[in-house]
Ligand binder design. Sequence first.
Ligand code: BDR
Ligand code: CA
Length: 312
Amino acid sequence: MAARKIVIDCDPGQDDAIAILMALASPDRLEVAAITTVAGNVPLALTEKNARALVELAGRDDVPVHIGCSRPMLRPLETAEYVHGETGLNGANLAEPRIAPAPGHAVDAILGILAREPEGSVTLVPTGPLTNVALAMVKAPEVMARAAQIVLMGGAVDLGNVTPAAEFNIYVDPHAAHVVFGFGLPITMFGLDVTHKVTVTDARLEAIRAIDTPAGRAAYGMLEFYNRYDRQRYDTEGGPLHDPCTIAWLLEPALFEGRDCFVEIDTTSPTCIGRTVVDWWRRSDHPPNATVMREADADGFFRLLNDCLKRL
Ligand code: BDR
Ligand code: CA
């Protein structure tokens, strides 16, 4: 079977970084047509630089990295250095990237790929705020409708992680999320309910430490740093590997379970803005607009992750 074409739209971020490395380690299954970057975990100047450093780490500087939106559609940018460190990739110790950003704005790069590839052949994988994806939908809806699907990290059925109600990616740009969830493409949503089941425990971190490849060493450093915040905040055994769930599902869908639901984004409430209101029990008449994942085989996930890191 030919590799599935994907575009990763991201804001690296240690967990975005692990998602990128897993995808780049799997060229027989996933062809990364481009990485597009957005402001989120840290400002855009850092997310795009981090993405370039990551493709170099993976020895894949043939993958274009495009610079996208520097702020959400309506709201001021809120970042998450308190989780990821001031660089976004604290712990990775990556060299300054040598490759330049690819020419063209991320929104145009996404549209260009969808316009030139066969209809229904490109999967979009957003792992940051949805600003670029939403603006592409506003700019050229007929081109965006050519995408096969959207596989995203964002939202939650249950509690939020930035506010009691909202998860970071959706909270940062709820208006963009509103556009994306209302657009009509098939969506697979990895929210906090499922990503908090994929945690970097001590034993899993030690297994990664033993992977003596450049990517293995960087992954260990990043996750060792990344684990600190979540352990303290949530009193769990380790940090949740949010973003890589998207790539893991594309590689091994049997690792996850979910249900088709209607998901609505709160864009108005002072206390709940950015909440993904998930109709898990089908209480409304709205037809489902997303497959919402809630269960994960965490051991299976880490087996897959380790196999990927050993190949880089
Ligand atoms: C999401 O927010 C960011 O901190 C992570 O990279 C992930 O995409 C989790 O809420
Ligand atoms: Ca992210």
